[in-house]
Design a protein around this ligand. Structure first.
Ligand code: CO
Ligand code: CO
Length: 322
């Protein structure tokens, strides 16, 4: 994908503050000294069986890129493909209702959109937000000694794959739905109260992939503590039953080359590479502010902990250890 988009990238003018060069979560365009707009788009096929829930998850996922940039959403547009001759229109209205209610929870409205006929349903949003040009949170810019915090547990790719094959226990499904449909709004608001150095949301490239984007070419490395990583309960068992998405395997194959797994078990490697849907924010910040942020998040009902630390450059970009 990177190769394809590189060819169509525009020459950036002075008001283009963030484009796709470094895989940031959205683009940022300056309007004046105090205001810039942030925009992002995301859509995908159903990840759960319930239409309403799918709509809500797709909306939470699209909004997440705005929050990852430290921005505030303003409004959204629907993007829909739907096989109207094959699936009853009530299914579509449920998907749209899920999206609508999730955006309302985020305090914004969906002001329009576009629908096409397609073989498979897909749904998502274009979201426009706003940010102060000096307060953009990028996915790069970390320093040695910064620590990493992750605000949602891992494993949603594995779980949604298991769901597709009717192999997912209902309590595991329930937890994953709750994780995927929850907004990263609070996590964003809280990270903006500390001196965050970089942030991104963990989605298709998995934890190691998004971490790779954060530190690649920075002359730094990172150490991750597997035992500190939040993982949805039941994920280990699903991996052992072979419920691994193709995207996760490809992530592991590619990003695994930059990792020293240090004896991590096979299921653990799968988890750290698992392609997430609507994952949490991966936040880098100075060590001395980590406790403050973790406590603030806790007050807001968000469980988080330090999952790793940025180090001076080592043999591997990402090293697992204690
Ligand atoms: Co993103
Ligand atoms: Co995205």
């Amino acid at each position: 994908m990177a190769k394809i988009t590189a060819g169509i990238r525009a020459e950036s003018g002075p008001d283009v503050l963030v484009d796709s060069s470094f895989f940031d979560d959205g683009c940022v365009y300056r309007l004046d000294d105090a205001k810039a707009i942030v925009q992002t788009v995301d859509f995908f096929p159903p990840v759960v069986n319930d239409s309403y829930t799918f709509g809500a998850i797709a909306a939470a996922n699209a909004l997440s890129d705005i929050y990852a940039m430290g921005a505030k959403p303003l409004f959204a547009l629907n993007i829909v493909s739907f096989p109207s001759s094959r699936i009853p229109m009530e299914v579509l209205s449920e998907i749209l209702r899920g999206g609508k209610e999730k955006t309302e929870e985020a305090g914004i409205q969906i002001l329009g959109g576009h629908t096409i006929d397609d073989i498979e349903p897909k749904y998502g949003l274009v979201v426009t937000g706003t940010v102060h040009p000096d307060r953009i949170v990028r996915n790069r810019g970390v320093s040695s000694g910064d620590v990493l915090i992750l605000t949602k547990p891992l494993g949603t790719g594995i779980i949604t794959t298991a769901l597709k094959f009717n192999q997912c226990p209902s309590e595991v499904e329930k937890k994953a739905v709750q994780v995927m449909s929850s907004l990263n709004r609070t996590a964003c608001e809280q990270m903006l109260t500390v001196d965050v150095t970089a942030a991104t949301d963990v989605t298709g490239y998995g934890l190691v992939g998004h971490l790779f984007e954060m530190i690649n070419n920075s002359k730094l490395s990172c150490r991750l503590y597997f035992e500190k990583l939040p993982v949805i309960e039941g994920v280990k068992e699903l991996v052992e039953k072979g419920q691994v998405p193709g995207g996760t395997r490809r992530n592991l194959e590619y990003f695994g080359k930059f990792c020293d797994f240090n004896g991590l078990k096979e299921w653990q490697k799968i988890v750290v590479a698992d392609a997430q849907t609507s994952g949490g924010l991966l936040i880098a910040l100075p060590d001395c502010q980590a406790d403050v942020l973790i406590n603030k998040m806790k007050t807001e009902g968000l469980e988080s902990s330090v999952i790793g630390i940025i180090t001076e450059q080592r043999d591997s970009l990402i090293e697992f250890g204690r």
